[in-house]
Structures are given as structure tokens and as C-alpha cells.
Design a protein around this ligand. Structure first.
Ligand code: G3P
Ligand code: MG
Length: 248
């Protein structure tokens, strides 16, 4: 069985998350898989941002859905991490796609955006533009699209039936996990490492799902998870972790 180590928000342990430096460093460190969070500006540009707001990871303030792409491009998204990254900007999806094609990377796109009833229209724009953007990726790249939001994931799958998808679970696995995963037609389960048990991984596998676990920042934990039969781990230190199952 093939196993993967996925750079969570890029090499976010050594560079500002979801920015160009976190992704460009992958090739030189021989890391093939990345995870990134996709969201949308108020004027419909797809960008990479984990939080609803720009407050934590830039020198600006405000919710992404209320900022224009022009506003967003003025922000520094590197200095908060380390002054050596000053001048780094929030990355548009189109730039990441160029890098994916250039460096032959594999990707888990997480549809992060949380939409309230006022911006359902923005959710539709995101799905439509994201679907178009995926067509620009070299078919040799493997792609998984994930979300915590089953509704968004089901809508994505309806538009892209041939693309592999993953349902994300935070905290404990819900008792109705199988119903949710089947309803959205996911191929993967992406559970939270903190709450996962070996028995649950066995159940996912038995039901035909592959399991990729977040966020795993030590080799010991990664090795334990691989020995449980997980397919992949998300880590902020993908340049350091390897596939080494623990001896049990
Ligand atoms: O996609 C795996 C992981 O990124 C999910 O959690 O909060 O880091 O986006 P979060
Ligand atoms: Mg994520």
C-alpha cells in the first residue's frame, strides 16, 4: 500500500502557511503532497487562507468575504511568522496551480469557506471558479478535494464526479459518519488525530475508505497511525516525517 505525507498548508513549520515560500520549498525538500485551504474574496477571487479573517496571518483586519482581491494583495502575510518573510502576500489559487504544474505536486484542496445565509451566492461562485481552475492542473497530479461542510462537498462532487473527495471530521468521529461519507460520495475520511482510534481506522478501511489524518507533527504519532493502516498524515513538518510504521 502506498502511503503519503502531506504538507499541511505547505511546509508551514518553516514558512508562513498557505503562502508561496511554504510551497516552493517543497520541491527542494522532496515533498510531493500539499494541503491548502481555499476561500474567496468579496469580488470572487479564489485565494489560499485558513481563517475566515485575515487577522491572524497578515498585518490587516477583516473577514475575507468582505475584502476585495485588491485589498487582500496589499497585506503582508509573512511578517507575522518571521520578519525574514516580510513582503510575502496572500497567494491566489492561480499562482499555486502554476507551481503544482511546474513542480509536479499532488494536492489536497480543502474548501474552507464558511458561508452564512447572506453569501450563498459566493459559495456558488467559489464552486464554479474552483471547478474551472481544476481543469488547468496537469492530469498527472493526484487531487483530493475535502471539506468539513458536507453540503459544499456534495455540491462539488455533483459538478466533478471524477474527482476524489474527502469528508473532514473535527473532534470525535460522529456516530453517523458512514451515512455522511456515503451521502457526499467521498472516497476518503480525514479525521482529527487527537480523537482517532485504531478501531475507527479499521472500520473506515472495512467500509472501503482511505484515511488521511490531521495534524500529526511527530514521527512517533505518524508511525503509530501508519501501523493502524492510515493512508496518509497531514503535518506542518512534511520535510522531516517519513512513512515508518511502528512495530506493534
Ligand atoms: O485538511 C486537513 C486540515 O487542514 C483540516 O483542518 O483547520 O488545519 O484546515 P485545518
Ligand atoms: Mg486545512
Amino acid at each position: 500500500m502506498e502511503h503519503i505525507v502531506i504538507a499541511h498548508r505547505g511546509l508551514s513549520g518553516i514558512a508562513p502557511e498557505n503562502t508561496a515560500p511554504a510551497f516552493t520549498a517543497m520541491a527542494e525538500k522532496d515533498v510531493q503532497w500539499l494541503e491548502t485551504d481555499i476561500d474567496i474574496t468579496k469580488d470572487g477571487e479564489l485565494v489560499l487562507l485558513h481563517d475566515n479573517s485575515v487577522n491572524r496571518t497578515t498585518n490587516g483586519r477583516g473577514n475575507l468575504h468582505e475584502l476585495s482581491y485588491h485589498d487582500v494583495q496589499q497585506l503582508d502575510a509573512g511578517k507575522w511568522f518571521n520578519p525574514t518573510f516580510a513582503g510575502t502576500t496572500i497567494m491566489p489559487l492561480t499562482d499555486l496551480i502554476q507551481l503544482i504544474n511546474q513542480d509536479h505536486l499532488h494536492v489536497n484542496f480543502e474548501l474552507k469557506a464558511v458561508f452564512n445565509s447572506d453569501d450563498q451566492n459566493l459559495a456558488g461562485v467559489l464552486l464554479q471558479k474552483f471547478t474551472e481552475a481544476l481543469k488547468l492542473i496537469d492530469p498527472a497530479s493526484e487531487i483530493i478535494v475535502s471539506s468539513f461542510n458536507p453540503k459544499l462537498l456534495a455540491q462539488f462532487k455533483a459538478l466533478n464526479p471524477a474527482t476524489a473527495t474527502a469528508i473532514l471530521f473535527e473532534d470525535a468521529i460522529p456516530t453517523n459518519w458512514l451515512e455522511v461519507a456515503q451521502a457526499v460520495q467521498a472516497e476518503y475520511i480525514h479525521p482529527d488525530a487527537a480523537f482517532l482510534t485504531a478501531a475507527q481506522v479499521a472500520e473506515f478501511t472495512e467500509q472501503g475508505f482511505r484515511t488521511n489524518v490531521w495534524t500529526v507533527n511527530t514521527q512517533d504519532k505518524a508511525s503509530e497511525l501508519f501501523s493502524w493502516g492510515v493512508h496518509g498524515v497531514f503535518t506542518d513538518f512534511a520535510h522531516e516525517l517519513t512513512f515508518q510504521p511502528a512495530f506493534i
